[in-house]
Design a protein around this ligand. Structure first.
Ligand SMILES: Cc1ncc(COP(=O)(O)O)c(C=O)c1O
Length: 392
């Protein structure tokens, strides 16, 4: 045992504790949903989950996963190209591609892996990658991991800066612009029609991670491209199955069939890591089916998110504006966000996460409230009341 390792780790933890940044996750002892139960038996209202459509514990999703488990077993015990490809993978990939408006898709055990696969495969020494400053950590790390010859971070959704940067990059064999569709900490969206135009003008490839957009954005829930009228016009989309699409786990890359086939052949997270468990693929496929046939869930989610924003404003709070299901309120210091989140849990039975540095820039710590289509109007009223109480 390396004693120094232990004491260094203890010191890092003590430092976090003294700064009030130590995370203490709630332990759920009941299914995910707007209402759940903590390990100590207390009922809680969950407003920090990415289960936007309320499908994580939907009996049909659970039954589809259980059928997958019975028919195909617990795991793939293999990577895709050895013997880890099962018919439900292909069925899910066809349905995902159809949902997000691309020719093909390939699944992974997470969107973290999907981003790593897409970016490291498509960016080589002759590529320049331009990444939005507020992109998700999985994109940031994928860009770091890639062998791209040049890596540029452009200011958040700053089209003029991006245009200028691209103007000087004509000598690169490939230019890639990568952005979140919905930004997870701000709840704002990338201006996709402008980005499509810009990328076409500069002969650049546009990659959009729509993890918080798929199932949420657009009247049809087909994601941020659909909401902004550019469905089918994004070169490469990535997304997660761990949020609106059943909430279990998994991710995908969707795009032209040749790009997806290239990833199937060479992307390292696919070649060297097990395939998505088949029960998870079956559950996600059922979630996609429900999304496509029960559009009222998406409508309900949109009206709940709007009611939440309105309610918070009426209570004198200042949520960031937007049309997504992510409703942040900036509270300043990290310790304050932690304190408010703790009080919400302990005194009001409400789960809302506080995010602070280094997840968001210093001084912009926030409460991130997330809407769920299965919430009732009373849930929204209770949520607003509790947040107003801890903010005063
Ligand atoms: C924008 C974005 N991309 C990727 C991921 C990673 O998704 P997964 O949990 O499937 O790895 C997340 C999850 O938080 C996310 O918000």
């Amino acid at each position: 045992m390396n004693d120094r390792l232990r004491s260094d780790s203890a010191a890092a933890l003590a430092d976090m504790a003294s700064r009030g940044t130590l995370k203490v996750p709630p332990i759920l002892d009941a299914p995910q949903g707007p209402s759940s139960r903590l390990g100590d038996g207390r009922e809680v209202l969950v407003a920090c989950s990415n289960d936007y459509l309320g499908l994580a514990a939907d009996p049909r999703v659970v039954a589809a996963s259980a059928r997958g488990l019975q028919e195909f077993g617990a795991g793939t015990a293999s990577v895709r190209f050895i013997c880890g490809t099962f018919t439900p993978h292909l069925e899910l990939e066809r349905d995902l591609a159809s949902l997000v408006g691309t020719e093909a898709s390939l699944t992974f055990v997470s969107c973290w892996d999907a981003n790593a696969a897409a970016i490291t495969t498509l960016a080589d020494e002759n590529t320049v990658v331009l990444s939005d400053a507020l992109n998700h950590a999985s994109i940031i790390d994928a860009v770091r991991l890639s062998r791209a010859g040049k890596k540029v971070v452009y200011p958040h959704v700053d089209l003029a800066a991006l245009d200028e940067a691209l103007s000087g990059m004509g000598e690169w064999a490939r230019r890639i612009v990568v952005t979140d569709g919905v930004f997870s900490m701000e709840g704002d969206v990338a201006p996709l029609p402008d980005l499509v135009e810009l990328c076409r003008r500069h002969d650049a490839v546009l990659i959009v991670d729509d993890s918080h957009g798929v199932g949420v954005m657009g009247a049809d829930g087909r994601g941020t491209p659909s909401a902004q009228g550019v469905l089918g016009e994004i070169d490469v989309l990535t997304g997660t199955l761990g949020k609106a699409l059943g909430g279990a786990a998994g991710g995908y890359v969707a795009g032209p069939s040749e790009v997806v086939e290239l990833l199937t052949q060479v992307a390292r997270p696919s070649l060297f890591s097990n395939a998505l468990p088949v029960p998870t693929a079956c559950g996600a496929r059922e979630a996609v089916r429900i999304l496509r046939t029960e559009r009222e869930r998406v409508t309900r989610l949109h009206s709940l998110a709007a009611a939440l924003r309105d309610g918070l404003r009426d209570a004198g709070l200042d949520p960031l504006p937007g049309a997504t299901a992510i409703v942040p309120i900036i509270v300043g210091e990290t310790a304050r966000a932690g304190r408010m989140s703790r009080e919400l849990r302990e005194e009001h039975g409400v789960l809302v996460t506080g995010f602070g540095y280094p997840v968001v820039p210093e001084g912009t710590a926030r409460l991130r409230i997330q809407a769920n289509a299965a919430m009732t109007d009373d849930n929204v009223a209770a949520l607003v009341k509790a947040i107003a109480a801890v903010a005063s």
